[in-house]
Ligand binder design. Sequence first.
Ligand code: SAH
Ligand code: DHB
Ligand code: MG
Length: 223
Amino acid sequence: MSGSQLWDDVDNYFSGHLSPDDEALEAALRDSEAAGLPAISVTPAQGKLLQILAQVQGARTILEIGTLGGYSTIWMGRALPEDGRLISLEYSAKHAEVATRNLARAGLERVAEVRVGPALESLPKLADENPAPFDLVFIDADKANNAHYVEWALRLTRAGSLIVLDNVVRGGRVLNADSTEPDVVGTRAALDLIATHPRLTGTAIQTVGSKGHDGFALARVLA
Ligand code: SAH
Ligand code: DHB
Ligand code: MG
């Protein structure tokens, strides 16, 4: 049995017991696939982790950068109270449309909002609205901009907020300090920022599973 088959089987065993997809989550994946969106959503186990992190945060407000079909959005949105708010930023109008339908089917239309456009354009507009600080920020878009996204997250959060970055390992490509791959450069810059910024303390955790060898960085806002 290859490593990845074993990782897959263990992932499926855990998710099957602890975080099975329900109707709305399954439909979100099905419709995303039917619309031709890439199958790169977080896994069910990772979605549940994001949900638990949001609950631990007592989150009332969540910012997501990179919506895709809204699968991770549904997991996190379900952690929010009825008057909570989740804003998810998505470059692709098509992805946003699929996500908006998926969120409505999950009963989250009043809580979750998808904003279309490059996140680096949406973020200053969002900041201009002086929103209440976000309790959780999930960064999962174009990795080249990860350091910029962490900087924006810092501006839009409070002491105690949590910032999560997806895909910080990418099968080990993060190790290559000489890489010219924009994704690797961007993620390494984000990790440097987390390591050195006086308002951040962080860690990164490798994962294996149905999405291969990857990982999350977690950063807590200190002040
Ligand atoms: N969080 C989702 C997966 C996101 S995939 C989930 O787990 O279900 C990454 C998404 O980021 C894609 O939909 C892609 O279109 C979007 N994206 C890429 N570049 C972007 C940018 N500059 N601004 C906003 N979104 C971007
Ligand atoms: C891939 C996975 C992701 O989680 C993501 O955000 C972008 C790309 C991938 O496997 O290619
Ligand atoms: Mg991702």
